[in-house]
Ligand binder design. Structure first.
Ligand code: AMP
Ligand code: ZN
Ligand code: FE
Ligand code: FE
Length: 286
């Protein structure tokens, strides 16, 4: 029987709506052999999700989706198989969570200037996580009856260059790749088809990028094929996932992108190879 994985999933530890329990129940329903949790700028959900996966025989890949930038554009970098207790990783994402929380306050302040009666505490209460983002503001706007839908909230207020838009400080792509590597993980460019251009990719490869997310809900077949060719050209690993945010974007997306399990094996083989190399270096240095 062919085995499949979904390597891009969110929970309520960032802007998804599922709890780890709901996520794992859905993964089971779709017959996934493996899943990766990739919440935005946090690994908090990994430990509870790992326990739940273990209990039902689903392989768990710890991960995070780091917000970074390259050439002025925001890009997302998936870190897979990271040590979720790595001190520097936790420090850096902790700082970034602070940036996210301040940004919520700034967004709310801008909305207030437009006489939109929203309190940041309402957003924080609704988000109930350390890594809040614009989707939480959008949900709060809907909950308060100010917007009819999440789309309306983004269109009117939250999209780039709309009145409530606040840029966030981001680390460079190279810094994100290094942060993931020093935590023992692999760095994969998320949903490149949603980026403006492929121009940053060679520089990221130079910085040690390990893979490209070729399969994603928002990639057409042609887009996936384009990135499979790029991955082949640069000798990069191939990943894929649904980017499911639970019920927050209409229909849950989990189960719509099925990555053949062989790609998970290749990720694990690379991490194992890196570990072996590290050990032999330590021996040589000793
Ligand atoms: P943030 O990290 O706070 O900048 O928010 C980014 C999140 O907002 C991502 O998960 C996006 O999928 C989501 N998002 C961006 N634009 C829209 C939109 N027009 N409607 C709904 N969600 C969006
Ligand atoms: Zn998200
Ligand atoms: Fe993303
Ligand atoms: Fe995502």
């Amino acid at each position: 029987m062919t085995m499949f994985a979904d390597l891009h999933l969110h929970t309520h530890f960032s802007d998804g709506t599922y709890s780890p329990e709901e996520l794992v129940a859905q993964a089971r329903r779709h017959g996934l052999a493996a899943l990766a949790l990739t919440d935005h700028d946090t690994v908090e959900g990994c430990a509870p999700t790992a326990v739940l996966c273990h209990a039902v025989g689903i392989e768990f890949i710890p991960g995070a989706e780091l917000t970074a930038e390259q050439g002025g554009d925001e890009i997302h970098i998936l870190g897979y198989l990271v040590d979720i207790q790595n001190r520097r990783l936790l420090e850096e994402i902790g700082k970034f969570q602070g940036v996210r929380q301040n940004r919520i306050r700034e967004i709310v302040a801008r909305l207030k200037q437009m006489n939109v009666p929203l309190e940041s505490d309402a957003v924080f209460a609704l988000a109930n996580c350390r890594s809040p983002g614009r989707p939480h503001v959008a949900r709060a706007l809907v909950q308060a009856g100010i917007c009819a839908s999440l789309d309306e909230a983004f269109e009117r207020f939250l999209k780039k260059n709309r009145p409530g838009w606040v840029p966030k400080f981001k680390m460079s792509a190279a810094a994100a790749i290094e942060l993931i590597h020093q935590a023992g993980g692999l760095a994969v460019l998320a949903h490149p088809g949603l980026n403006r251009t492929d121009d940053p990719i060679p520089g990221m490869v130079e910085a040690g990028l390990d893979g490209i997310e070729c399969f994603h809900t928002k990639h057409s077949t042609a887009t996936s094929e384009h990135y499979l060719e790029l991955a082949d050209h640069f000798h990069l690993l191939v990943t894929g996932g649904s980017d499911c945010h639970g019920m927050s974007k209409g229909k849950p997306l989990i189960g719509t992108v099925k990555l053949p399990y062989q790609h998970v094996e290749m990720l694990k083989a690379k991490v194992a190879g890196n570990l072996m190399r590290e050990k032999s270096c330590v021996k040589r240095d000793a």
